[in-house]
Ligand binder design. Structure first.
Ligand SMILES: [Zn+2]
Length: 159
């Protein structure tokens, strides 16, 4: 038996395995592989409009001294909030590079989106909202799943 954390607290009957940036290789057979090894109950698709991602990335800077990452506004002094060091933009944080990375990501992810949509397991999450609203969407969904599971276990115990 595994355990999980959720907004509702500990749930003894379910486990959550985050798979970040799940996508397919160009010509791979990873999709059937994933479907076979993992009994996936739901796939959370945190979606953000490309232009929002590109704008976020374009304003992202990193501190070479301490590794801290932060965003800067135009005209703002580009100094690290943690150590005061001078911030730099990563070479792959340009809008052009990001647009290409997003194209590749969407192309590779689309088969998975379709696969789990067809099986009614895809849960769209609006990632353009604030971090707290995104968290609330995710926890709200998880709490719903836990409540269903608990209810199902309760019914089984009663029989
Ligand atoms: Zn720093």
């Amino acid at each position: 038996m595994t355990s999980c954390m959720s907004a509702a607290g500990l749930c003894p009957a379910m486990s959550f395995t985050p798979i970040y940036g799940l996508s397919m290789h160009e010509n791979s057979t990873r999709l059937p592989y994933f479907a076979e090894i993992a009994a996936i109950d739901a796939v959370l698709d945190i979606d953000v409009d490309s232009e929002i991602i590109i704008n976020r990335v374009a304003s992202r800077r990193v501190c070479p001294a301490c590794g801290h990452s932060q965003s800067v506004r135009e005209g703002e002094q580009e100094l690290c909030a943690k150590c005061g060091g001078e911030l730099v933009q990563r070479a792959d944080d340009t809008p052009e590079r990001m647009r290409h990375r997003l194209d590749v990501y969407r192309e590779r992810t689309l088969p998975l989106i379709n696969y789990y949509t067809e099986r009614e397991k895809l849960v769209p999450i609006d990632g353009a909202r604030s971090i707290y609203e995104v968290r609330d969407q995710i926890f709200g969904f998880m709490d719903g799943m836990i409540a269903e599971e608990t209810h199902a276990n309760y019914r089984t115990d009663e029989e």
